[in-house]
Design a protein around this ligand. Structure first.
Ligand code: GLN
Length: 243
């Protein structure tokens, strides 16, 4: 079995080592004899998104988000086609912000984002930057919780279609007000959780692999792996934040 993943703007949105998520997916696919083909694409080389099983965008600074936004916006139709064909999207922080309506950054620049999803992001005056551990409770049966690290000035507000990825149990999440974090629509997941996210949440990594397989009409139970180290990493965060 082969799966295809497009890693977008790998050279620009990689400030928080979210590329670790790609490595974890590759290793967990390899352990099940699944070949994950990773296609790195950036400005001028983004293509064939509607042929991908998964699309990944990491996080980065306001500066890089401004640099790439015009190129990204040229691929709105392809992305919507991929989303509606049940492609898996994993969007981390800056990558998450870019598929919403707009991002009003710290210095007052309004970045007109893709407008694919019903949320906007803005820096709220006098609100502290969200930096620290974050934990959420999700409604995904296979992935009841997610923990990790957040570092963002933008606060995201969901306006209509779609739902938060979960309720915050500790940390800030989407914003200082709604006590929720991230976004989900179909197989698209936006989140502020760095870490990288999948390093501490291997059940979520397997869930994403399962969704990619189901997109290809392959419904199998993934074999168990030794996740002792990853689970200890998750427990460490939970212990530190709840004791
Ligand atoms: N530059 C955006 C913000 O500060 C995203 C940061 C990130 O990707 N961690 O909100």
């Amino acid at each position: 079995m082969e799966l295809n993943l497009a890693w977008l703007y790998d050279d620009l949105l990689e400030l928080y080592s979210d590329s670790g998520n790609i490595k974890i997916l590759e290793k967990r696919c390899e352990a099940r004899n699944i070949k994950l083909n990773v296609h790195q694409m950036s400005i001028g080389t983004v293509k064939d998104l509607d042929k991908m099983d998964m699309i990944f965008i990491g996080g980065g600074s306001d500066r890089e988000q401004k640099i790439l936004v015009d190129d990204l916006n040229q691929h709105k139709a392809e992305l919507i086609k991929a989303i509606e064909s049940n492609a898996v999207l994993l969007l981390i922080c800056g990558g998450y912000q870019m598929l919403g309506e707009y991002y009003l950054s710290q210095n007052g620049d309004k970045i007109e984002c893709m407008g694919i999803f019903d949320y906007y992001t803005k820096v709220v005056e006098n609100d502290e930057r969200a930096i620290g551990y974050v934990g959420i409770k999700t409604s995904i049966e296979q992935v009841p919780m997610l923990v990790g690290f957040e570092n963002h000035s933008g606060q995201t507000f969901i306006t209509n279609k779609g739902e938060p990825l979960g309720e915050t149990t500790f940390g800030i999440g989407n914003n200082h007000y709604d006590k929720n974090e991230g976004f989900r629509y179909k197989n698209c997941f936006g989140t502020y959780i760095h870490g990288p996210l999948l390093a501490r949440n291997v059940d979520f990594a397997d869930y994403l692999i399962q969704l990619m397989l189901e997109k290809n009409n392959v419904n199998i139970q993934l074999s168990e792996l030794n996740d002792e180290f990853a689970n200890k990493a998750r427990q460490t965060v939970i212990y530190e934040e709840t004791n």
